[in-house]
Design a protein around this ligand. Structure first.
Ligand SMILES: NC(=O)c1ccc[n+]([C@@H]2O[C@H](COP(=O)([O-])OP(=O)(O)OC[C@H]3O[C@@H](n4cnc5c(N)ncnc54)[C@H](O)[C@@H]3O)[C@@H](O)[C@H]2O)c1
Length: 264
């Protein structure tokens, strides 16, 4: 499939896990891709994987802290320059997970999770929309989570940030529908990555970090119904690639849950 030939893509969180897999997938489908991440080591790993796949000539990387307004401005400007001034697809995959008993959670930690996940997604969208308005079949894919709709204890800030992203996606889809920008979200769960089992190249996430005395009976469901345990990041990357392509042309203002049936 070459659905991304001629398409210009910016992906945050491109240095690990699902964001990295999405970068490689869209490169493999012919896209020109800017991978953005706070973690330079992760971006180097992404460049190495793209070189191994022979697609690195169409990859550019940029360091960004999506929670920092000035950093986002600079990074989006750099991405647009690398892509020849235009943008067709924005993927907001960067995120952090911090878990704790809510009554022991500092305001600093709560604010940090909201700042990266929710405010960071807003900042990226705000800076990218002017270019997307001039883009070809423009699309934004945001990252919600199963925690937005299903109870995941010890993750109140994370769940709130992801619920906010989901709501924001619907509002944005309505706001820009007549100008042709599609906004969708994916809601992954049980995907092997830096966030879930520290298997990614992320320095920002080291697994879920649940409290030592976590009561697992509080998790309504834990295991994917499809009996192979956690899936790899490609399980989500393929869906994101569909949403940003011509195959997703009639999809906007909604989310797709990708969790192997953990929460059906
Ligand atoms: N893995 C899952 O099961 C799962 C479930 C639900 C949602 N998600 C979402 O998927 C997305 C990708 O996460 P992942 O699972 O691949 O984890 P990951 O830790 O492997 O990747 C997250 C990436 O985001 C980057 N990042 C963190 N803070 C940043 C910042 N301030 N600025 C720029 N980049 C930053 C990290 O450096 C890392 O490269 C996240 O939004 C996450 O919330 C994952």
């Amino acid at each position: 499939m070459n659905r991304y030939e001629g398409r210009r893509v910016l992906i945050t969180g491109g240095g690990s896990g699902i964001g990295q897999a999405t970068v490689l997938r869209m490169l493999a489908e012919g896209g020109r891709v800017v991978a953005a991440d706070v973690d330079e080591t992760g971006l180097a790993a992404t460049r190495k994987l793209a070189a191994e796949a022979g697609t690195d000539a169409r990859l550019h990387t940029v360091q960004v802290d999506i929670a920092d307004e000035a950093s986002v401005r600079e990074a989006v400007a750099a991405a647009l320059a690398a892509l020849g001034g235009g943008l067709d697809v924005l993927v907001n995959a960067a995120g952090i997970l911090r878990s704790s008993h809510t009554h022991e959670t500092s305001l600093e930690q709560f604010d940090k999770v909201i700042a990266v996940n929710l405010t960071g997604t807003f900042l990226m969208i705000r800076e990218a929309v002017p270019a997307l308005l001039r883009g070809d079949a423009p699309a934004v894919i945001n990252f919600s989570s199963t925690s937005a709709s299903f109870a995941h204890p010890y993750m109140a800030a994370y769940a709130a940030s992801k619920g906010g992203i989901q709501s924001m996606t619907h509002a944005l889809a309505a706001e820009y529908s007549k100008q042709g920008i599609r906004f969708t979200a994916v809601a992954p769960g049980s995907i092997s990555s830096g966030m879930t089992d520290a298997s990614g190249t992320s320095t920002q996430n080291a697994g879920p970090g649940l409290p030592q005395d976590a009561d697992f009976s509080l998790f309504a469901k834990l295991a994917p119904a499809l009996g192979h345990g956690f899936a790899g990041p490609d399980a989500v990357a393929g869906v994101v690639a569909m949403l940003g392509s011509v195959d997703g042309a009639f999809i906007t203002g909604t989310e797709i849950r990708i969790d192997g049936g953990t929460h059906y």
